[in-house]
Write a protein that binds this ligand. Structure first.
Ligand SMILES: [Zn+2]
Length: 238
C-alpha cells in the first residue's frame, strides 16, 4: 500500500490508487481509521511499522466492504487494541441492516460486510476518540461518522465526499470513479452532512477515495452547490 503523510498527524494508506484508510498519530500511538478492503492487513501493519508506532485504536467510518474488509485480520494481529464503533456500525457489522422508522426508507446500497471483531467502546457524535471529535455523517450510509482532529483541523470523512475523479458529495456521480455514488443510500441526507462538515472549517479533507485536499473549503463548497442543484431538480420532478 502507498503511504503518504499529510501534516503532523495524518498518514493516508492507499490501495489500487483509489481505496484509502488512515493512521492518525496520538503521541506515541496510532489510531487506525478504516481497514480498507479484504487482504489489506499486512499493508496496514507494515505501514505502522514504517511509521514506528503501534496501532492502539481501530475505528470505522462506516461498514462498507472497502472500509471494514480487513477489520478482523488487523484486529487479530493487535493486542490490547481499543475497537471503537458507532452503535449503528456495530449493528451493521453483525448483519442487522434494518432502517429506523424515522429514516428515509430508501434501500441501502453498496456492499455491507459482517465482521466478528468485538466493539470495546461505542462512540457517537460529540464524543472524543483521542484528539478526534466524532461527527455524525449519514447519507452515504446511515451509520457513517466522520472525525475532526481538534489539533489541526484535519477532517476525515469516509465517503461523505470523494476527491477521486473530481471532488463530489456522496451520491453525485463522477463517471471516472462512480462507485461511491453508486453505493450511496440517500442524497438529500448526504447533502445535509456535507454542509455540516464544511461548517467545521476543516483545514484538510481526508476521504475514502481520492487524494487528501489542503484548504478544502472552496472545493467542498463547489461540490455542495452541485449536489444542491441535483437535490432541488429531483424535488421538482417528484
Ligand atoms: Zn462507502
Amino acid at each position: 500500500m502507498k503511504l503518504t503523510q499529510h501534516g503532523q498527524y495524518l498518514w493516508q494508506l492507499t490501495r489500487f490508487t483509489a481505496f484509502n484508510c488512515y493512521l492518525v498519530g496520538e503521541g506515541e500511538e496510532l489510531t487506525l481509521i478504516d481497514t480498507n478492503m479484504d487482504g489489506s492487513h499486512e499493508g496496514i501493519l507494515q505501514a505502522a511499522q514504517t511509521i514506528g508506532l503501534p496501532i492502539t485504536r481501530i475505528t470505522l467510518t462506516h461498514a462498507h466492504v472497502d472500509h471494514a474488509g480487513s477489520l478482523d485480520k488487523v484486529a487479530a494481529h493487535l493486542a490490547d487494541v481499543t475497537v471503537a464503533f458507532s452503535p449503528r456500525t456495530a449493528e451493521f457489522l453483525q448483519g442487522n441492516l434494518s432502517l429506523r422508522p424515522d429514516e428515509p426508507q430508501t434501500k441501502l446500497r453498496g456492499g455491507f460486510v459482517k465482521r466478528t471483531t468485538a466493539v470495546t467502546q461505542l462512540i457517537q457524535a460529540g464524543d472524543q476518540l483521542g484528539s478526534l471529535r466524532v461527527v455524525a455523517a449519514p447519507g452515504h450510509t446511515p451509520d457513517q461518522i466522520a472525525f475532526y482532529d481538534e489539533r489541526d483541523g484535519t477532517l476525515i470523512v469516509g465517503d461523505a465526499f470523494q476527491t477521486k475523479a473530481g471532488t463530489a458529495v456522496a451520491g453525485i456521480t463522477r463517471w471516472l470513479f462512480p462507485f461511491p455514488a453508486m453505493a450511496t443510500w440517500h442524497l438529500p441526507t448526504a447533502l445535509e452532512t456535507a454542509v455540516t462538515l464544511l461548517d467545521l472549517n476543516p483545514t484538510r479533507l481526508a476521504v475514502g477515495h481520492g487524494r487528501v485536499l489542503e484548504n478544502p473549503a472552496a472545493e467542498m463548497d463547489k461540490a455542495i452547490q452541485e449536489a444542491e442543484a441535483k437535490v432541488h431538480a429531483q424535488a421538482q420532478a417528484a
